[in-house]
Design a protein. Structure first.
Lengths: 248, 248
DNA sequence: GATTACTTTTTTGTATACAATAGAGCGAGC
DNA sequence: GCTCGCTCTATTGTATACAAAAAAGTAATC
């Protein structure tokens, strides 16, 4: 697994206070910050996440930075290589397929559950979220769009009222954002957001069948937009590439 | 949430070597040991898990013990109370219902997948496992029986070939063992093991419909054997209990 | 005698120090 | 010229030291 040799830029700290950021950040907060940075691909896959560097950035010691990295590793957002450190994960094609298969199992069930219990307030919240999706798309803010499109699924899961399912799905959606980042060919955000709107309509009308069916199709379409073929045996590629390169 | 004030017994260490156990245990090993101890209810819910004590037992420093406890906490097998420490988790009734609902979503899908891909070798492994279940039941080894009955489900998930689903299910099965511990009324191990045997038969004959149906029924029956009613508002109980107690 | 405030002790949370491993840089040898 | 092996450096893994918080114990007051 070739890791990109990129480093998080630690601004050469003018030692202003005792801590770089205002207050001792909680581990939770650090995890959150790094996770969203990964999800919005401000930290591309393969990026080395040094403990020292992160500690400096968040104004904490290596202890906390390390804790955060280990928690991100259990969520599969970073890969830990023994004695080598933490890197933003690079999900394999197999992993990608497995994540989406799991989502195709969970999400229809979650949607079905939600259709039963959805309140007008919750529908309203979903519509507001959808409006934000549209706004992000309209302003060509790809990062925000991607984040919001993913979060829509988590939102429904949380509203459906089963914390266990919601937690699992949140993890899968986060991983999915890494996956789409690596393998997405055509990011048809507009289409996705439209389907979200449709789904809300079905939920509002308590049309379980249609809602479940749409959720499934939606996921299939998203997955179909990925280029999930094996990365054609990197070693061979490397060799031929070098042969052709010459005096590059 | 009232925590039982029980303590892990730290044998008053005669400082034999540098480490209590033979070699520096890996965090993974410690997690595993504690997890199985919980699953087999050698560590009952509410038991305090002190960092120092665990460190002594496994011959490591608090650092590793702490790491292990935090990882167990993410699996929901222990509860962390800030500045108070780690306790063996006491899943609530709500949590129990949610875990089983999640399993009812996942397991039929896993079984369906497995029916498609099952090899004779895998069937053989399942039969061997079933034999071990029977042996444990025959010798009245309730702990082993409970552990094996749970692990059967994990085994199928792992064989089904989707690592994501398998990981999620493993976590849920572990939590389930805590739940059955707390809420189980009638532990009909014999019946469960019989259903496992039936399921293997369906899988072997590639009878998807029946296999999925049985998996669902099996889970429903297990859940039905739990007393998942709210623990009648502890405060009130406490009050009346004390009034009645008098000179106990 | 029970309750409250204070002190002591224990345990967790965090930072730092030390040990061990991997990688880079550099030189010698074929 | 390339490879092999050494040293040196940088980073991770682990233990310990210190700080902070909660619990337990104790004394004083009503």
């Amino acid at each position: 697994m070739s890791q990109v040799s990129r480093q998080v830029a630690r601004r050469s700290a003018p030692p202003r206070r005792r801590t770089a950021r205002r207050r001792a950040a909680t581990t939770e907060a650090i995890v959150e910050r790094i996770a969203t940075a990964i999800a919005e691909h401000r930290l591309p896959p393969g990026t080395k996440l040094g403990e020292e560097a992160l500690g400096e950035i968040f104004g904490v010691s290596r202890t906390k930075a390390r804790q955060a990295l280990h928690r991100l590793a259990t969520d599969k957002l970073v890969t830990l290589l023994p004695h080598r450190g933490a890197f933003v994960a690079q999900p394999t094609v197999l992993e990608a397929r497995e994540v989406f298969e799991a989502r195709r199992v969970l999400e229809p069930a979650v949607v079905a559950r939600f259709v039963d219990v959805a309140t007008p307030d919750q529908i309203e919240t979903l519509l507001e979220h959808h409006a934000r999706e549209q706004a992000a798309i309209a302003t060509n803010d790809a990062r925000a769009a991607q984040r919001l499109l993913g979060w829509f699924h988590v939102l429904i899961a949380e509203m459906a009222g089963n914390r266990v399912l919601a937690d699992v799905l949140r993890e899968l959606v986060m991983r999915s954002s890494l996956i789409t980042l690596l393998y997405q060919t055509t990011a048809d955000s507009r289409r996705s957001s439209e389907e979200h709107r449709e789904l809300i309509a079905h939920i509002e009308k308590r049309e379980v069948e249609q809602a479940v069916e749409l959720a499934t199709r939606h996921l299939e379409r998203v997955e179909a937009g990925l280029a999930l073929r094996e990365p054609s045996s990197e070693v061979v590629d490397l060799k031929s590439a070098l042969a052709a390169a010459g005096a590059g």
